[in-house]
Design a protein around this ligand. Structure first.
Ligand SMILES: O=C(CO)[C@@H](O)[C@H](O)COP(=O)(O)O
Ligand SMILES: [Fe+2]
Length: 224
């Protein structure tokens, strides 16, 4: 049994029919998703607005088991920790660019019973997160400018993934933004084991096929 990072695929439902959030989420789970990536945007940290903990709470009541990976694209991540934990979130991924006290925020997230994710925007150097790697369960390398789904994958983010994998061989490393079967091999080879994919999965007539392709590519690097 291989120990260490596992290949996991987490569809982002941001670009799905949000009037059918539950149905779209169920469809992803039934298509083989390992977790759900829920994009929370506050219109300040990013120029877009999505949903908050009340929606997550309702979704959790209908989806009692799946892992909710909260991508908190918010200007004040400290403010929502308790509410998201209460709503049933499993992992709380804040952006290092928005945090005033990273160790304190990591502590708060853990005390609330959630896993800690730390996210990096494309313009943020990987050195910024290195001191905090030991505090995190997962490190997120954005491969688009956060705020919208359907953008073009930024291959020049792969050296960041490589550096984080070299520094932290056992931590989960997630990529998010424009990821698809066309670029999954470079993500996996760089060291990403948690894969967020939005449009490539939710817009496909065969989401299960896309998820399977993504998973097989990552399992070549991170075998079960
Ligand atoms: O956080 C974000 C965007 O800010 C992502 O989770 C996107 O929503 C992923 O969608 P695609 O880029 O894969 O379509
Ligand atoms: Fe995201």
């Amino acid at each position: 049994m291989a120990c260490g990072p596992k290949a996991m695929i987490g569809p982002s439902i941001l670009n799905s029919d949000l009037s059918m959030l539950y149905d779209e989420s169920e469809k992803m789970i039934n298509s083989g998703a390992d977790y759900l990536h829920l994009d929370v945007m506050d219109g300040h940290f990013v120029p877009n607005l999505t949903f908050g903990h009340p929606v997550v709470k309702c979704l959790r009541q209908k989806i009692p088991k799946s892992f909710f990976d909260m991508h908190m694209m918010v200007a004040n991540p400290e403010k929502w920790v308790e509410a998201m934990a209460d709503a049933g979130a499993n992992q709380y991924t804040f952006h290092i660019e928005a945090s005033k006290d990273v160790p304190d925020l990591c502590r708060k997230i853990k005390e609330a019973g959630m896993k800690v994710g730390i996210g990096l925007k494309p313009g943020t150097d990987v050195s910024v997160v290195l001191p905090y790697g030991p505090l995190a369960d997962m490190l997120l390398v954005m491969t688009v400018e956060p705020g919208f789904g359907g953008q073009k994958f930024m291959a020049d983010m792969m050296p960041k993934v490589e550096r984080l994998r070299a520094e932290f061989p056992l931590v989960n490393i997630e990529v998010d933004g424009g990821v698809s079967p066309a670029n999954i091999d470079q993500c996996a080879k760089a060291g990403a084991n948690m894969i967020v994919s939005g449009s490539a999965v939710v817009k496909s007539p065969q989401p299960a096929e896309v998820i399977s392709q993504l998973k097989q590519a990552v399992q070549k690097v991170f075998p079960e």
